[in-house]
Structures are given as C-alpha cells and as structure tokens.
Design a protein around this ligand. Structure first.
Ligand SMILES: Cc1ncc(COP(=O)(O)O)c(C=O)c1O
Length: 357
C-alpha cells in the first residue's frame, strides 16, 4: 500500500511516474538496458534531456534568452555559486531573510562579498516572509535574492518584488504555481520536492546575466560553462533527469501549472480551514504568507504533538513531524500529493481533537 507521504523532501512522487520508471527500468525502449546504464551523449538519453528542457520551457512559458540547466550539489551549492558568479568586486547584493533557508544563502554570500539584508523577519514567530514595501534596497545592487517558500516554517512569497536582477530559491515551490519568468534573472530549485528524486538542481538563468561571471571562477562553477554545454559539460545525473522528464510529462497531462496551482490551493485551503476552525491547532505562519506547499502548525503540548505524529503514522499518514529545528507538525503537500490524502489527514485531525482536545 502506498503511504500518504507528507515528507518535506525527498518527497512524494506521482504514482504514474514511479510506475513508468519501474516498467522501463530493465529495458528502456527495447535497448536491453536501463536509461541509467547508457551514455549521457547517446541517442536515447539525448532525447530525454532535450524533452525535459522543452517541457520545462513550455510549462513555465520561459521566454527567449533564458537557459534551463541541470546542475549538481543541490540548492545549497547555488547559495555559493550565485555570489561567485554574479556578485562583482566592490558590489553589494541584497538578500531578504525569511528563515532558515534564506539564512543559509546569506551566510554563503557573506563569505564572498558584501551583503545587505533588505528585510529581516527570519526569526519572527508566527513566521512570515517580508512584504514588498518593507524592503530596504541598495542602489545599484548586484541582485536581490529571495526564498520564495520557506520549507521549514511554511511561509511563502505571494507577491514578488520587482527588481532589475531578481534571484529566487524556489526549491520548495517550483512548478507549483504560475510565475512570470521574465521578472527573474535566476531561479533555482533542488529537485527533491516538486521535481523528482534528489540529485539534480534545476537552474533557469537569463543568459545575459551569466556573462557577468569573473574569469577567475573555476570552469565547472561558471553558469556560462553549463549554458554553453547544454548541461553536458560533465556527466549529468541521467536518471534524475529522466525522472524529471516523466514528472514534466505528468504535469503537462494534468493541466500544466495552472491545473497544479488550482489543486494546490484547494488542498492548502482545506487544511488551513481546519486549523483555523479549531482552538486545539495553531498555525505557525502569518495568514497572508501561508505556504501552499508546507502547512505548519502546533498542538497545545509537545507530548500531544508526538502522540499526533505516531497515531497519524499508524493510519498511513506518514512523515508529519516538523523540521528538527522547530518541532511541531508539518504537512508537505507538493504537486504529487493527492487531495484524498489531505482529506484523510483532516478526518484524522478532527478525530484526534475530539479525543484529546
Ligand atoms: C527552500 C530550500 N532551499 C534550499 C534547500 C537545500 O537544498 P539541497 O538539500 O538540495 O541543497 C532546501 C532543502 O530542503 C530548501 O527547502
């Protein structure tokens, strides 16, 4: 039996995607071998690589002048590559601090150059992301970095700031809602939440921006290298790209990003409604910034939280424990998470409250 898996990442994948990968695992399209056993420059893998890029361009309506890259080292590596490539000597980069992930990006940037914290609500409880009008931006900043969805606290930017060079960590909400890519210089996301298994990082970058990189940056760490080599400068993690290919096909077949956004909003609204109706459950994030991907809340005591998590798991509602740094409950309901799973969680929450409230 498949579990209702609320894990924050690595996270649930669409069942159809897993089934197709399983069906093709030993013999990919009559070749007698798995896609992961083939050359990353061969005919079969090349077709997968090209289709994945084309599907992402179609799903996000990516304009001309942008490249779609598959990189390694997770979103955490991007925390360092962004300032290495884009924060020139003598320049300042603006960063917003919205919580744990933004703080990690800031820490790396500070190792490499001058950073201005344009807004700081990283430690506020209840948690939120900054509002556009509270940003204190630096004139002529190299870029503005935001974390579009804070996976741990469950706070999400609903309206993005306008900036000449806006950079966003979209690790936990990429492909979950419609965005205007032309408003961004660079978007990045680790794959293991909305895209596929861990192992690749999706980067969408404006080609012009990549050219800023100083010559002294090592070749493999330059965005231009990956753009010029179509993400095949070295051996790309072929299986994760293949899985991403299947996920993008599944997205296209299920209403694209607009369809996903609608289903994600419906799932999240239902769950927040039950939290708001109750005096027993307390939401962690400020209402207007609540994430549609990671729904976080508390119970009256930590003992009740532990009991809630254990009883839920026994009912096949798995991985509801909040991040180890903050505790509480977190239900990650990414694209692939089925609406029936949210309904099952809501029934359990009502039952649990009736018995323990
Ligand atoms: C918003 C956000 N940024 C960055 C990361 C780090 O990603 P990775 O583990 O791929 O380096 C995570 C991981 O959970 C995340 O949620």
């Amino acid at each position: 039996m498949r579990a209702y898996n609320f894990a924050a990442g690595p996270a649930i994948l669409p069942e159809e995607v897993l089934k197709q990968a399983q069906a093709e695992l030993l013999d990919y399209q009559g070749t007698g071998m798995s896609i992961m056993e083939m050359s990353h420059r061969g005919k079969e893998y090349s077709a997968v690589h090209a289709e994945t890029i084309a599907n992402i361009k179609q799903l996000l309506n990516i304009p001309e002048g942008y490249s779609v890259l598959f990189m390694t080292g997770g979103a955490s590596t991007q925390f360092a590559l962004i300032p290495m490539n884009l924060l020139g000597a003598g320049q300042t980069a603006d960063y917003t601090n919205s919580g744990a992930w933004a703080a990690k990006a800031i820490k790396e940037a500070k190792l490499l150059g001058s950073v201005n914290i344009a807004a700081d609500c990283g430690k506020e409880i209840p948690t939120r992301v900054p509002s556009v009008d509270e940003l204190k931006l630096t004139d002529g900043a190299a870029y503005l970095h935001i974390t579009s969805n804070e996976t741990i606290s469950g706070a999400q930017w609903k309206v993005f700031p306008e900036h000449e060079t806006l950079i966003a960590d979209m690790s936990s909400d990429i492909l979950s809602r419609e965005i205007d890519v032309s408003k961004f210089g660079l978007i990045y996301a680790g794959a293991q939440k909305n895209l596929g298994p861990a192992g690749i990082t999706l980067v969408i970058i404006k080609d012009e921006l990549a050219k800023r990189c100083p010559e002294t940056v090592p070749t493999i760490m330059k965005y231009t290298t990956h753009i010029e080599n179509n993400s095949l400068f070295n051996t790309v993690p072929t299986f994760p790209v293949y899985m991403l290919c299947l996920t993008t096909r599944w997205l296209l077949a299920n209403g694209g990003i607009a369809g996903m956004q609608q289903r994600n909003e419906e799932k999240a609204e239902k769950l927040y409604a039950i939290i708001d109706e109750s005096d027993f459950y307390t939401g962690t994030a400020v209402k207007e910034y609540r994430s549609n991907m990671n729904v976080t809340w508390r119970l009256p005591t930590e003992e009740l939280e532990a009991q809630f998590i254990a009883e839920a798991a026994a009912k096949n509602l798995k991985s509801l424990k909040g991040h180890r740094s903050v505790g509480g409950i977190r239900a990650s309901i990414y694209n692939a998470f089925p609406a029936e799973g949210v309904d099952a969680l809501i029934s359990f929450m009502k039952e649990f409250e009736a018995q323990n409230g």
